[in-house]
Design a protein around this ligand. Structure first.
Ligand code: SAM
Length: 376
């Protein structure tokens, strides 16, 4: 831990101010998590990050030190690792971390065991360990350099959770079962290994998984062997994907813009920035990338959307769309928009997830409502 008393005092004051702001906004309500955020020094876990231009903003560089110091004490997600120009790890936004930790329903003093998928900087693992203790926390990441750095920072700050270099898709069977599994990277469906590694039990004793799925957070409880059910939480959550290999999950390059004939569409440009509609799309079409043009008020006036198969659609300011590629992506988006408006623009909290041996389904307004199966 830092030995500079001035720095220690300055960072403690800034952490307290952030905690107060998160409490005032209602994002941090549990006194035990409040204390964890006050005590665990995020600046130690994020000694540098990359800004939106890719520039390294570092504590060690006199030109960027002030910007670094401000950023690590603000409610900002900070990119901390890049692969081939794409962001591959970040320190998540503290307000989102607070929401997730509270939603995890972890209790201290009862020997709960938590598995975190996506160690990243180690900051979230430190918060978990602060509250639950060293033996209660296991954290895994696929990146050897991230794991080495996180281990060193955890030791420096006095935390000793189990830090493991592994593909989190497989969980970490050696220390199973877990009362809670928390993923800090986005899943497309619940990996079966996680279900197998959850504590069994009934009702509130059963193991739970909290993970970003699509553009929101889902919390499911084990209901039987390889079975679980739960709901999405309100609000959006934008996380990097769980990778299966070194290149998976890195955003695809935008294909050339479509040149074909424009046709009218009922999907307004504003829908492309509507988080509730985008959540539905993240379930229906999980691998889309988007680009926008914005007006002076920050509203989208045009958008491009493409999928990894090379299909690209451009939505124009006059309400028309052009598209090229191997399939009609835009008609899928139109179909989803019709369903979305017919159901009064549901937010994530109206959706749920049922997992059983054979399939995983996201449903709207109940397991009998409209539903979509997730690809494993
Ligand atoms: C948003 S960052 C995690 C932030 C982290 N919890 C923290 O406090 O800094 C997402 C992390 O998920 C990791 N990740 C992606 N795919 C993974 C996988 N298959 N297994 C384990 N970790 C993975 C990435 O390497 C990245 O570090």
């Amino acid at each position: 831990m830092t030995t500079d008393p001035d720095l220690a005092q300055a960072t403690a004051a800034r952490r307290a101010a952030l905690v107060q702001a998160l409490s005032d906004s209602g994002e941090l309500t549990d006194p035990a998590w409040r204390t964890a955020f006050e005590r665990v020094p995020r600046h130690v876990f994020v000694p540098y990050f990359y800004d939106h231009t890719g520039r390294r903003i570092s504590a060690d560089d006199a030109d960027t030190r002030d910007a670094w110091f401000d950023a690590v004490h603000e409610d900002r997600a900070l990119v901390t690792h890049r692969t081939g120009g794409a962001a591959t790890s970040s320190s998540s936004q503290p307000s989102v971390m607070a929401t997730m930790l509270e939603a995890l329903r972890a209790e201290d003093g009862v020997g709960m065991k938590v598995l975190e998928i996506g160690t990243g900087t180690g900051y979230n693992a430190a918060l978990l360990t602060h509250r639950l203790g060293n033996d209660s926390v296991v954290t895994v990441d696929t990146e050897p350099d991230l794991i080495a750095a996180a281990r060193a920072r955890l030791t420096e700050t006095g935390y000793e959770p189990h830090v493991v270099l592994a593909d989190g898709t497989h969980g970490h069977p050696d220390r199973a079962p877990y009362d809670r599994i928390i993923a800090t990277c986005r899943i497309g469906s619940v990996p079966p290994a996680w279900l197998r590694q959850l504590t069994d039990g009934t009702g509130s004793d059963a193991g739970q998984i909290l993970a970003p799925l699509g553009n929101a957070l889902v919390r499911v409880r084990r209901t039987g062997p390889l079975q679980a059910e739960g709901r999405f939480l309100p609000g959006g959550a934008y996380f990097m994907p769980l990778r299966h290999g070194t290149v998976d999950g890195i955003p695809t390059r935008r294909p050339a813009l479509p040149t074909g004939k424009a046709r009218r569409t009922d999907v307004p440009v504003s829908a492309s920035a509507d988080n509730a509609y985008r959540f539905l799309l993240s379930i229906v079409e999980p691998h889309l990338d988007w680009q926008y043009d914005l007006d002076d008020a920050g509203r989208p006036t045009a958008a491009r959307v493409w999928s990894p198969d090379g299909t690209i659609a451009a939505l124009h300011p006059d309400g028309t769309v052009t598209e090229t590629g191997p399939r009609s992506l835009w008609s899928r988006l139109e179909e989803a928009y019709r369903l979305f408006t017919e159901h009064d623009g549901p937010g994530p909290e109206r959706y749920g997830l049922t997992v059983d041996h054979e399939a995983q389904h996201v449903w709207l307004d109940g397991p009998g409502g409209p539903c979509w199966s997730l690809r494993p």
